[in-house]
Design a protein around this ligand. Structure first.
Ligand code: NI
Length: 180
């Protein structure tokens, strides 16, 4: 397994629509496992392939708390086939938007169909945190970030802040290069 680099917004690779997986073969399973390892290391509760620079419809999630046994889910081509009319707010964060947390409204319960790591079609009913994470990660496959659910004012504030941090980091790494 290998740790992958997580892309931080703003970045055009996070805005691209990802492509369906043809079949879940050994290379896709390896990517899923690397994504899970990267997610646990971060630490996070979900990760989508576009966040590691792979424009494929793959997500991994694990809603288990720190003290609970791991409950990883690896999904290719996830599709929401039913969503409740009832919406629920949840404070979300994202590994591609470090240190930013905002409340987002989404359907409280969903039914999702996907390909598992054996390339078998499965369906899963999800509510609570699991439903939030799956919907958040599936947004990444459409090039949508959780800030896209917020008002333009809030979104612009967050993106501005992240752009500033990125510029600062680029400058300080350049300085390092000169010093060495
Ligand atoms: Ni995210």
């Amino acid at each position: 397994m290998a740790l992958l680099e997580i892309i931080v917004a703003p970045d055009p690779r996070l805005k691209k629509k990802a492509v369906a997986v043809e079949r879940v073969d050994a290379s896709i399973v390896k990517l899923m496992n690397d994504m899970l390892e990267t997610m646990y290391e971060a630490p996070g509760v979900g990760l989508a392939a576009p966040q590691v620079g792979v424009s494929k419809r793959i997500i991994v999630v694990d809603p288990a708390g720190e003290d609970d046994p791991a409950a990883p889910l690896k999904m290719a081509n996830p599709e929401i086939i039913w969503a409740s009319d009832q919406l629920k707010p949840h404070e979300e964060g994202c590994l591609s938007l470090p240190e930013e947390y905002q409340e987002v409204m989404r359907p409280a319960s969903i039914k999702v169909r996907y390909l598992d790591e054996q390339n078998e079609i499965r369906t899963l009913d999800a509510d609570g945190l699991l439903a939030v994470i799956i919907q958040h990660e599936m947004d990444h496959l459409e090039g949508v970030l959780f800030v896209d659910h917020l008002s333009a004012l809030k979104r612009n504030m967050i993106i501005k802040r992240l752009t500033k941090i990125k510029k600062f980091e680029q400058k300080s790494s350049k300085r390092h290069a000169v010093e060495v």
